[in-house]
Ligand binder design. Structure first.
Ligand SMILES: [Mg+2]
Length: 186
């Protein structure tokens, strides 16, 4: 069976960075990642190399993601660094990642997120779900126009991170593809 892709953003869905700063959400652990070496937030300033980035992660999320039946893929500014810093705490194996190259952080005049084009290209027509805290209407329009297969752009609140209801939505999407009635005719 050709499994759908699940594009995973880190900051927002897995790291609820916008939650109250002094109150780590239940079930999460704290990671302190040295800035520099290409981690997000590294501004190239020498002084930043002595600072750390606080990341909250829920070790239950890895197994829950693996159970969903998707092929997991990082879709994050962490890119390859997600395998080094994020995957072990979540209990995820090394995953492929989308290399955003020159598109990284590059704002588009049409309001489409800089990740959206590269993700659609990476999917190459395969069904995919994308969890992120930054999609907006232009991204839905872009995907509808440029992606032939089914797609789910699932927004996650960065104050809350992934919750049970999000996992249910992701499961429902796969059931729509592979359920008893099979995929919708093209
Ligand atoms: Mg994010």
């Amino acid at each position: 069976m050709n499994r759908p892709l699940l594009f995973l953003d880190v900051d927002g869905p897995l790291n609820p960075y916008a939650a109250q700063p002094e109150r780590r959400p239940d079930g999460y652990v704290t990671l302190r990642v040295p800035l520099g070496d290409g981690t997000p937030g590294d501004d190239g300033d020498l002084s930043s190399r002595r600072r750390t980035l606080r990341v909250w992660l829920n070790p239950g999320h890895g197994p829950a993601l693996l159970r969903l039946g998707y092929e997991l893929c990082w879709a994050t500014t962490w890119m390859a660094e997600a395998n080094r810093w994020i995957a072990p705490t979540l209990g995820l194996p090394e995953l492929p990642f989308v290399d955003f190259g020159d598109a990284l952080f590059r704002e588009r005049p049409d309001g489409v997120h800089w990740k959206t084009g590269p993700l659609v290209d990476y999917a190459g027509g395969r069904p995919f779900a994308w969890v992120d805290d930054e999609q907006s209407d232009p991204d839905h329009a872009y995907v509808t126009t440029h992606h032939e297969g089914p797609a789910l752009l699932h927004h996650v609140n960065p104050r809350l991170g992934l919750r049970q209801i999000d996992f249910r939505t992701l499961t429902d999407f796969t059931l729509g593809l592979n359920g008893p009635e099979g995929p919708e005719p093209a």
